[in-house]
Design a protein around this ligand. Structure first.
Ligand SMILES: NC(=O)c1ccc[n+]([C@@H]2O[C@H](COP(=O)([O-])OP(=O)(O)OC[C@H]3O[C@@H](n4cnc5c(N)ncnc54)[C@H](OP(=O)(O)O)[C@@H]3O)[C@@H](O)[C@H]2O)c1
Length: 224
């Protein structure tokens, strides 16, 4: 399969590229800078993975347009993995935090996905996997740490986006994944899952034929 993974120069995205690439898939990674793009490709090439790297900043529609113009591959699976976890409460938020949280976590993936639908439609078994978070579950919003409302609200939005898209395209496999609390730059060193465990459900959904319109963590369906 041909698989595009956003935000894959480090963290869970890079690990997903390693897992999927090492099982014979062709992977397309994205990074925001040329140096991060070439560094990640070096890591993947060293372990024999068939891959290409592209530049993409999801907070900028101009960058998404430039990516779409340069992206000359067909894909079977889109993994919207890139994300930011920024501090911003309902009563106190900086403009940059608001714009970045919504840009990277929901608006960018929505704009990118809708523009990639024609490519995905050519696949026999198109799949979209949105890497969201349990923090975005409507059933857990009452536990919300208020200072991270910007994160929770944007993850809630991409969860709902996943549900609606799966209803609009009922023959496709479109799901959301919470990777758990993972030891990456975002999750920090005290998180309880390894990056390999964090990427596992994402790569499992990419390769196996699961149902559509669900929210998963550790290969189990969890409440929205
Ligand atoms: N780690 C956890 O405990 C945890 C828990 C629940 C959900 N998640 C979700 O899992 C996904 C991956 O998280 P992670 O832990 O691997 O985080 P990470 O280590 O911080 O990596 C985030 C990735 O997103 C990219 N990114 C950030 N801003 C971007 C932008 N404007 N445009 C394009 N890419 C951008 C980063 O690129 P740069 O290197 O350029 O910044 C990086 O490649 C995220 O959606 C996150 O919300 C993580």
């Amino acid at each position: 399969m041909n698989i595009l993974i956003t935000g894959s120069n480090r963290g869970i995205g890079l690990e997903a590229a390693k897992q999927l690439g090492s099982r014979g898939n062709r992977v397309f990674i994205t990074a925001r800078s040329e140096s991060d793009r070439s560094e990640a490709l070096k890591i993947l090439n060293k372990i024999g993975i068939n891959c290409r790297g592209f530049l993409l900043d999801l907070s900028s529609t101009a960058s998404i347009d430039a990516f779409l113009y340069s992206f000359d591959e067909d894909i079977d699976v889109l993994i919207n993995n890139a994300g930011v976890h920024l501090k911003g409460s309902p009563s106190n938020i900086e403009k940059a935090v608001l714009m970045d949280s919504f840009g990277v976590n929901i608006m960018g993936p929505w704009y990118l996905t809708s523009n990639l639908i024609p490519k995905l439609a050519k696949s026999k078994n198109p799949k979209i996997i949105n890497v969201t978070s349990g923090a975005g579950a409507i059933t857990s919003q009452h536990h919300s740490p208020i200072p991270f409302s910007a994160y929770r609200i944007t993850k809630l939005a991409i969860n709902e986006y996943t549900r609606m898209l799966s209803k609009e395209l009922p023959t496709w496999k479109i799901n959301a994944v919470c990777p758990g609390w993972v030891r990456t730059r975002m999750g920090g060193k005290n998180a309880n899952s390894t990056v390999e465990e964090g990427a596992d459900t994402i790569t499992w959904l990419a390769e196996e034929n699961q149902e559509t319109g669900n929210f998963y963590r550790f290969r189990n369906i969890i409440p929205w």
